[in-house]
Design a protein around this ligand. Structure first.
Ligand code: PLP
Length: 220
């Protein structure tokens, strides 16, 4: 087994244990393996080990890596977890199965237009800037519910869940709790939260998917 495969198994085991400790149904938390900055060669062993759900933060990088891998492996589910520029909406809709970073009106409008033009419907999450960090993408938590409603009513977009990245230097628990609260208020089922350093905590707070990169592939 390669290092990445061993680490993948360890992460899966920890997710299973966290589900059990939180009285969650076994297998209810999806593992999104974040392969950004790692090339196809590094990803292949993880695919061979059965992992099928991956996250990338750049449209262009993903375009260079995944079409060929998709020809070799079936059932791949690709998540966009990085900020989306409106001039990349077309490529993003064509490539990704889930776009987790819808965070402003202009992107919602572009996505709606492209989804219609391409007849493709990637599943969508709204990214929430729970820490109100200036440099970070995501909508203000106080505007999130209204934005989810506008996505539906104005743009005809069904939002499936919410995503957040807590500030690096803070206890993530309150951020996960806030995201879960907004999701309840907005009537959303899915919560994408938790990364290598805090995915077990995120499971305890109700994450339905965790995005784990370095704990599987190593440091970037
Ligand atoms: C890179 C990244 C991750 C994975 O981070 P690790 O700490 O390596 O697990 C998760 N989510 C987003 C949005 C990322 O950009």
């Amino acid at each position: 087994m390669t290092d990445a495969v061993q680490q993948l198994e360890a992460v899966r085991a920890k997710i299973a244990r966290s589900e059990q400790m939180a009285d969650r149904i076994a297998g209810s938390v999806q593992l999104v393996a974040v392969s950004k900055t790692f090339d196809a060669e590094a990803v292949v062993p993880v695919l061979e080990a059965g992992q099928r759900v991956f996250g990338e933060n750049r449209v262009q990088e993903a375009q260079g890596k995944w079409p060929a891998l998709r020809q070799r492996y079936s059932g791949i589910e690709l998540h966009l977890i990085g900020p989306l520029q409106s001039n990349k909406a077309k490529e993003a809709v064509a490539l990704f199965d889930v776009i987790e970073t819808v965070d402003r009106e202009k992107i919602a409008a572009e996505l709606a237009r492209e989804m219609k033009a391409q007849g493709r419907a990637p599943r969508l999450y709204v990214q929430v800037n729970t820490g109100l960090e200036e440099q970070k993408a995501g909508i203000d938590p106080r505007e999130a519910t209204a934005f989810v409603e506008r996505c539906r009513d104005v743009h005809g977009l069904k939002i499936e869940g919410l995503m957040c990245i807590p500030p690096v230097d803070e206890n993530p628990g309150p951020h996960f709790a806030l995201l879960a609260k907004i999701a309840r208020e907005a009537g959303l089922q899915k919560l994408s939260m938790g990364m290598s350093g805090d995915y077990e905590t995120a499971v305890a707070f109700g994450a339905t998917s965790v995005r784990v990169g370095s704990a599987i592939f190593g440091s970037r």
